[in-house]
Design a protein around this ligand. Sequence first.
Ligand code: ZN
Ligand code: ZN
Length: 282
Amino acid sequence: MSRIDLHLHTTHSDGSLRPSDVLALAKQANVSALAITDHDITTGIPEAMAAGQELGIEVIPGVEISSFDGKSELHILGYCVNWNEAAFNQRLARLRESRHRRNPLILERLREAGLDVTYDEVCALAGTESVGRPHIAQLLMQKKYVNSAKEAFDRYLAEGKPAYVARELPTPAEAISWIREAKGVAVLAHPTWVKESGEGLRTCVKALKEAGLGGVEVHYSTHTKSQTSQYLELARQLDLLVTGGSDFHGVTKPDIDVGNGRGDLKVNPRLLLPLKEAAARL
Ligand SMILES: [Zn+2]
Ligand SMILES: [Zn+2]
């Protein structure tokens, strides 16, 4: 049976494969519909749509916007967005600039820690407008300072580590309103990032719903069975849509495959219609 995958990254942000290559993998994995959700950028969508047409895969225009609620970095996915709308893209461009301000500071800290790395090297390796920490991790791997992207984050780049630099980010409510203004459905990505559980999580997601959130990413590569059922119950209680995706990145997350996650992800194609209907009502 076919499946869908509503969370995929490409070379337009920090994924390692071009949109057309991601679509080719999706075809092999029997994915009938997917969303390209690059970080803070929509430029990968046209190539994905063209490839989708050729391969018979429905491509939902998507994006993943980073935000900060004062406690946790929360990622808000946008689906069925008017991805070529000027105002929306200007907002995303400003958000990417905040990374450009942050990245050189991270590199400075890495040099202070004794690593021989420059931001020019990171940009050359990234080859995209949307340069992020995974690209820095890739450079650290290339230069043999670490063996994996995970090690780069654990030793240097993650919050609390020597090269961590906080970023100016919109609030989740702002990210949601940008997506809504571009006629998209806003969905909370990987809810494990909410540093709350039980009632605290419910309160947080309820507040996001009041700000316009339309759904929760219940099915996700790294969710345990109990997390999946917890988020499913939460979505039911709060009357939010259920979505799911792998968060495929290619080499920076080598254990995650398009459509299959870590092997046991299978997002039901039936989840797509309610999402599209919700977008049509906006
Ligand atoms: Zn994310
Ligand atoms: Zn993602």
